[in-house]
Design a protein. Structure first.
Length: 313
C-alpha cells in the first residue's frame, strides 16, 4: 500500500478539524447564571439544590457557599506563559463534625474562566519543527485566523481538600482544583487539551499575602441587616499562587492526535512539579451561610436553598 503524502494528510486534517469546530459550535448550549440580590451576589453558581447541600441539617453538617474571583493573572505550563482574564471559582461546602469539609461542585463545573490568547499562536506553539508533516502545517499558516490559539481553563472534576482556615492565612493550600487547558485553533481542532479528566492538572492555590478580613450580616433575600439570619466572610485583595503542580502532555491535537508530539516538544510537556506556576491577582473570596445553622436544624440545607432562591432577581 503506498504511503500517504504529508500534504494529503494535511488536507484531510484541515477538513476534519473544520468539521469538528462547526459541530462543536452547533451543539453548544449557553448556561444561564442568575443575578442575586445584595450580599448573595458573589454566589450566583452555588449548588444549593445539590443533594448533599440540602441534606445538611445544621447540627452535624452545616452548608455554606464559597466564591473566589480574580480579574486577571498568569499561568505557566512548561515553557509557555499565558496572561489570563477573569476566573470565577464557586463551590458548595458541607462542614462536617470532625472539622473536615465536603466539597460540592456546581453542575457546570467549579471554575469558569475567560479564554486567553496564546502568545505567538500556532507558530509559537509548535514551529519551527523539522518533522516533515509539522513543517507542512507550519508552512500552511498564512493568516491570523489559522495562527490564533485560545486557551481556556476548564474544570474536570470536583475540587477537594478545602481548608477554610487556610483562606485567612498565607502559604497554606486552600483547595485542590482538578482542571485541564483547552487549546482551540482550526488546525489543532476542537479536542486539543493539556490535561485530561483521568489525568488532570491539580491546582492548589494559596495566599501569597494576607487578605483584608471582614464580616457582614444580611437577610435571607440578600438585603443588608446587622441582625440578619445570614452571614458572609469577606477575604479581599490577596494574590494567590501555586508553583507545586505538574502538567501532563497534550492530547487530541489534530487528526488522531497527530500534532500532540509537536505541541509537547516545543512547550516542554509533560512538565514536572516546580516548573509551572499560577498567579491570580487581587482575589476576592467570600464564604456565606446561615449565621446560626443550628437554629434551622434539621432543615439548614433547605433553608439555605430557599434563601438563595428568594434572592434571585
Amino acid at each position: 500500500m503506498p504511503l500517504v503524502s504529508s500534504r494529503t494528510k494535511l488536507a484531510g486534517l484541515a477538513a476534519l478539524t473544520a468539521l469538528g469546530s462547526f459541530a462543536a459550535v452547533g451543539t453548544a448550549t449557553a448556561a444561564t447564571t442568575p443575578v442575586l440580590n445584595g450580599s448573595w451576589a458573589p454566589f450566583s453558581r452555588c449548588p444549593v439544590d445539590a443533594a448533599p447541600m440540602l441534606a445538611a441539617d445544621g447540627l452535624d453538617k452545616s452548608p455554606q457557599c464559597v466564591s473566589s474571583f480574580s480579574a486577571n493573572g498568569t499561568i505557566k505550563l512548561g515553557n509557555s506563559t499565558v496572561v489570563t482574564g477573569k476566573s470565577d471559582l464557586q463551590l458548595g461546602i458541607v462542614q462536617n463534625p470532625d472539622g473536615t469539609s465536603s466539597v460540592v461542585a456546581p453542575a457546570a463545573g467549579a471554575i469558569i474562566a475567560d479564554s486567553a490568547t496564546v502568545p505567538g499562536g500556532l507558530l509559537g506553539l509548535m514551529c519551527p519543527n523539522d518533522i516533515p508533516l509539522i513543517s507542512d502545517v507550519c508552512k500552511s499558516i498564512t493568516n491570523a485566523d489559522l495562527n490564533k490559539i485560545t486557551a481556556t481553563l476548564e474544570s474536570v472534576g470536583t475540587p477537594s481538600d478545602f481548608d477554610q482556615i487556610a483562606g485567612v492565612l498565607t502559604d497554606q493550600p486552600i483547595v485542590t482544583i482538578p482542571v485541564r487547558v483547552h487549546l482551540e485553533n482550526p488546525i489543532l481542532g476542537s479536542n486539543c487539551y493539556i490535561g485530561t479528566k483521568a489525568n488532570p492538572i491539580l491546582l492548589r492555590p494559596r495566599n501569597l499575602d494576607a487578605p483584608a478580613f471582614g464580616v457582614e450580616r444580611f437577610d435571607g433575600n440578600g438585603s443588608a441587616n446587622e441582625e440578619g439570619d445570614m452571614s458572609r466572610l469577606n477575604l479581599l485583595g490577596s494574590t494567590q499562587v501555586d508553583k507545586t503542580f505538574a502538567v501532563p502532555g497534550a492530547s487530541g491535537c489534530g487528526l488522531l492526535g497527530i500534532l500532540d508530539g509537536a505541541v509537547n516538544l516545543k512547550n516542554g510537556l509533560p512538565s514536572a512539579a516546580g516548573k509551572n506556576s499560577l498567579v491570580l491577582n487581587n482575589t476576592q473570596t467570600y464564604l456565606g451561610g446561615l449565621y446560626a445553622p443550628g437554629t434551622a436544624a434539621p432543615n439548614a440545607g433547605r433553608t439555605l436553598a430557599q434563601n438563595w432562591h428568594s434572592a434571585v432577581k
